[in-house]
Design a protein around this ligand. Structure first.
Ligand code: ADP
Ligand code: MG
Length: 695
């Protein structure tokens, strides 16, 4: 057996390879670019490109691609081969610094939300040297940012990098105030826990809904769902175990630190978590992980479903975004310290996150809003659509003490002005209350749990970083001017707790009583994408995002439109798929069963005086359901036709929310009922019991 330590990262142009293949001078220069963003000289770029090409060819690569993350949510790539004609009619393998640094895909079909007129539809890609290049399927992948010619971001990486830079800038100001002079940069890190479902590929092929939309649009609950909780952390079945082993190996080759895998709550549901990394690398790796998960599944005759809600009635899939801020000296700024000064610094960063989450609830909520995730949030499984923070009892008690100007913990030791000299070692709270929270403090990081399984983590982190950067800026503005730093610090933390404690909630987030309580506290409850997305254009959000250079105003409007387009198109495809399945598969199957039963009645009655009570009732009930399905389908068809006529995007999203989705629910409800009454042999595609327990 090959050793993991030998093949881990074998397909990655990482530090080790750079050191081995670049001259000392080129390596140092590249490192300066990676670590400190110093622009790369073209001669250095040429040398790096040549080394990359030789290394890639050695490992069997023939092509290279600028890999980027357009607003579609999935990654994009266009492959060019290294070949270049030689005078003697043969070819040589070439790759220049210019080709490495900048690409020009003819990418006019990617959504730009009106940022590009068609005559200048081309965008360009720019190398992100902070994320390593890698080889996959015979191609050298170069992680890149994607912009328009006028410099607007057309992707999710550019604003993510900008948000990390904004947070770096403001956090550095705060650290200076605490006398932290050694620190040169501050970065955010993320460990995304990824949930997914596996279904048998042969069964998958028989379901148009899974093929077209990634989720089941019909399906009655099987006799057994997740109520026994026997799948959660249960022993992994051999076929799934083989898949997971194969997946780990592929990810490890790509330098992805896949670490934890287990069965999740729902049958056929699983989770994979990597070891956390710098946010932009974590984002690249998560995109890559999702792609590899789906590809490896096919080899095992499985299909990996990343949809947020593949099956109604059992848990959906999310992605937990574990987030922290740390310095280049390795200090985690969200980790309670040992000394009073460290504690004060920790409490300030904590206060900043609390205020940021409260002030920008809407930005966080809408950063995870998609048609798929709307099925989870607030649906009694995932966190509710209301944002709140879980801090646990101990930390909440510390904040209460600060707010009330009372010493915490009762020790008689010298107190700082904050009234807190020693913080308790916060044990990781893994109670159920914690697990229902959308945004939980877990000892030295925050876990943002609202992300959907198929979301790019970039959006959530762009808004989170931006919001925290803004609050740190406000804090730094105040503290830099203060005559008495300690007093100003104390007052600031105290005031922040007082003003923003409404966002702290340590109870059960699934409880209906909480939603009422949240309303009283004035927290936002943005139930759907249609409700949430327009808020990105609220003045306070536009002002904040533009002031930190995260987005231009045009970029913000374009993003709102793209995300809403995505929402309405997704639901529309689902609606059309439903009418198609209802008309061509479900109604004919149920009608055939009803007709066969009816002829059986006729035959039976012709030979005996049997009353045929059972059959008669069945035929009557089925006929009613067939009519109900037919009229619901007609209603949905009408909605689809009306939808086509709506050109304004906000109106379209409201129509989808208020008319299209309720019509879909109506059709589904009739069809699911019919399914439970139709003989299995007649049913046109595999039902939930087979899909969920068939692997
Ligand atoms: P769970 O929440 O399921 O108990 P873990 O405690 O194992 O899971 O952590 C989940 C994720 O959090 C992992 O990806 C892990 O690497 C990541 N993580 C741990 N510490 C940090 C940190 N300081 N910053 C960001 N992510 C972290
Ligand atoms: Mg977790």
């Amino acid at each position: 057996m090959e050793k993991i330590t030998e093949y881990f990262g074998s397909m990655v142009f990482d530090e080790r390879v750079m050191k081995a293949t670049l001259s000392e001078k080129v390596y140092k220069s590249l490192k300066r670019t990676i670590d400190r963003g110093v622009p790369l000289d073209i001669s250095v770029a040429d040398a790096v490109a040549a080394a990359m090409k030789d290394w890639a060819i050695e490992l069997g690569a023939t092509h290279y691609t600028h890999w980027f993350q357009p607003m579609t949510g999935v990654t994009a790539e266009k492959h060019d081969s290294f070949i270049s004609p030689a005078p003697d009619g043969r070819v040589i393998m070439e790759f220049s610094g210019k080709e490495l640094v900048k690409g020009e895909p003819d990418a006019s079909s990617f959504p730009s939300g009106g940022l590009r007129a068609t005559f200048e539809a081309r965008g360009y890609t720019a190398w992100d040297p902070t994320s390593y290049a890698f080889i996959k399927d015979g191609t050298l992948y170069i992680p890149t940012a994607f912009c328009s010619y006028t410099g607007e971001a057309l992707d999710k990486k550019v604003p993510l990098l900008r948000s990390m830079e904004a947070l770096n800038k403001q956090a550095m100001r705060i650290l200076k105030l605490f006398g932290n002079d050694k620190v040169r940069s501050v970065k955010t890190s993320v460990g995304p826990e990824q949930e997914y479902f596996l279904v048998d590929r042969e069964m998958w092929k028989k379901r148009k809904d899974l093929i077209m939309t990634g989720r089941t649009l019909f399906g009655a609950m099987p006799p057994k769902g997740q109520e026994m909780d026997d799948h959660y952390f249960g022993s992994i079945k051999p076929r799934v175990a083989e898949y997971m082993a194969d997946l780990d190996k592929e990810l490890w080759k790509l330098g992805i630190l896949a670490k934890t895998k287990h069965n999740e709550v729902a049958p056929a549901q699983h989770e994979l978590a990597p070891i956390y990394d710098t946010t932009n690398i974590a984002a690249d790796h998560n995109q890559l992980t999702m792609e590899v998960m789906q590809k490896v599944a096919l080899r095992h005759n499985l299909v990996c479903l990343l949809h947020e809600k593949p099956f109604a009635g059992v848990n959906g899939s999310g992605k937990h975004n574990n987030w922290s801020i740390s310095t280049d000296q390795g200090e985690n700024l969200l980790s309670p310290g040992e000394t009073p000064a460290e504690n004060a610094q920790f409490l300030l960063f904590l206060a900043a996150v609390i205020k940021a989450v409260d002030d920008y609830q809407d930005l966080l909520r809408l950063s995870v809003a998609t048609a798929g995730n709307d099925h989870r949030l607030g649906a009694n499984e995932a966190p509710p659509a209301v944002i709140s923070i879980f801090l646990g009892d101990e930390l909440t008690a510390v904040l209460d003490a600060i707010e009330a100007d009372k010493p915490y913990g009762g020790t008689k030791k010298e107190k700082m002005q904050l009234g807190v000299d020693v913080l308790p070692k916060f044990s990781k709270d893994s109670t159920d209350r914690n697990r229902t929270s959308p945004f939980a403090f877990t000892g030295n990081k925050f876990e943002f749990r609202m992300l959907g399984s198929s979301n790019s983590i970039s959006c959530a982190n762009i808004h989170l970083n931006a919001a925290v950067a803004e609050v740190l800026k406000q804090f730094a503005d105040k503290l830099e001017k203060a005559k008495d730093f300690n007093k100003a610090l104390h007052d600031l933390i105290k005031k922040t707790i007082k003003d923003h404690k409404r966002i702290i909630f340590n109870g059960n987030g699934y409880d209906d009583a909480w939603i009422k309580e949240a309303e009283k506290r004035g927290l936002m409850n943005l139930k759907t994408t249609a409700d949430a997305m327009p808020h990105i254009c609220d003045k306070k959000n536009v002002d904040m995002l533009t002031s930190h250079g995260i987005f231009t105003e045009a970029e913000i409007y374009s993003r709102r439109d793209i995300m809403l387009e995505n929402y309405v198109k997704t639901v529309n495809i689902e609606a059309v798929t439903m009418t198609d399945m209802a008309r061509k598969e479900i109604i004919p199957a149920v009608a055939k069963f009803a007709a066969d039963t009816a002829s059986a009645v006729a035959v039976k009655k012709s030979v005996s005086k049997a009353a045929c009570k059972y059959e008669t009732k069945l035929v009557t009930d089925l006929s009613e359901l067939i009519d109900a399905m037919d009229s619901a389908t007609t209603e949905l068809e009408d909605a689809i036709a009306k939808f086509k006529g709506i050109t304004e995007i906000i109106k379209a999203s409201e129509f989808v929310r208020d008319t299209m989705i309720p019509a879909m629910d109506k059709l589904r409800s009739a069809a699911d009922k019919a399914e439970t009454m139709t003989a299995e042999d007649y049913y046109p595609f595999p039902t939930y019991d087979k899909l969920l327990f068939g692997v």
